[in-house]
Design a binder for this molecule. Structure first.
Ligand code: ZN
Length: 161
C-alpha cells in the first residue's frame, strides 16, 4: 500500500542537524504514527513520503521553509522582568506560552537576562535549520473515518481517546 492522503503511516526516523548532531529519533522507542495529508508532520517530510510503502528507506534534507520556517528576528523581544510575575526563578532556556501576533498561542524561549531586561525568542527552536531525516517506513494502512475526521491517528502511537 502506498502512502497517500488519509493513510495512517508508521515510520522509524532519526533527525540530525547539519553538524551531524542527533536532534530526535524514534530509535529505542515506538515508531512515529501519523495521518498523511493532515499536516501532522513538517511539509517537506510529508511530501518526501508521498507514494512510498512499507520497507522503503529514505534520506532527505529539508530546507527551513519546508520545516519550521526561516528564523525571524522580529520574533525576538526584550521585556521587563515584571512581565514574568509569578515565575520564581527566571532562567535562560525557560519556555513560556504566549499569545502571538495572530492571536494564536506560541512558545517563547528566554534567551538572555540582563538585570530587568529579559530577551525572549518566539522562533521555533529548529527555525532556520536544515533538517536531515533518515526514515524507514514501517507500516501503511487506511485510516478510519473517525481518524480522518479528527485529523490524527488513534490507538498505539497515536491519540488515546
Ligand atoms: Zn481523535
Amino acid at each position: 500500500m502506498q502512502i497517500a492522503a488519509n493513510k495512517a503511516v508508521s515510520i522509524d526516523y532519526t533527525l540530525t542537524n547539519d553538524g551531524g548532531e542527533v536532534i530526535d529519533s524514534s530509535a529505542g522507542g515506538a515508531p512515529l504514527v501519523y495521518l498523511h495529508g493532515a499536516g501532522n508532520i513538517i511539509p517537506g517530510l510529508e511530501r518526501s513520503l508521498e507514494g512510498k510503502q512499507a520497507g522503503d528507506e529514505l534520506d532527505v534534507a529539508i530546507e527551513p521553509e519546508d520545516a519550521y520556517g526561516e528564523y525571524s528576528p522580529e520574533l525576538v523581544a526584550t521585556l521587563n522582568r515584571s512581565m514574568f510575575e509569578g515565575v520564581d526563578e527566571l532562567e535562560v532556556g525557560m519556555q513560556f506560552h504566549a499569545s502571538g501576533p495572530d492571536g494564536g498561542m506560541q512558545i517563547v524561549t528566554v534567551r538572555d537576562i540582563d538585570g530587568d531586561d529579559v530577551t525572549v525568542d518566539g522562533n521555533h527552536p529548529l527555525a532556520g535549520q536544515r533538517l536531515n531525516f533518515k526514515v524507514k517506513v514501517v507500516n501503511v494502512r487506511d485510516a478510519s473515518s473517525e481518524e480522518v475526521a479528527h485529523g490524527h491517528v488513534h490507538g498505539e502511537g497515536g491519540h488515546q481517546h
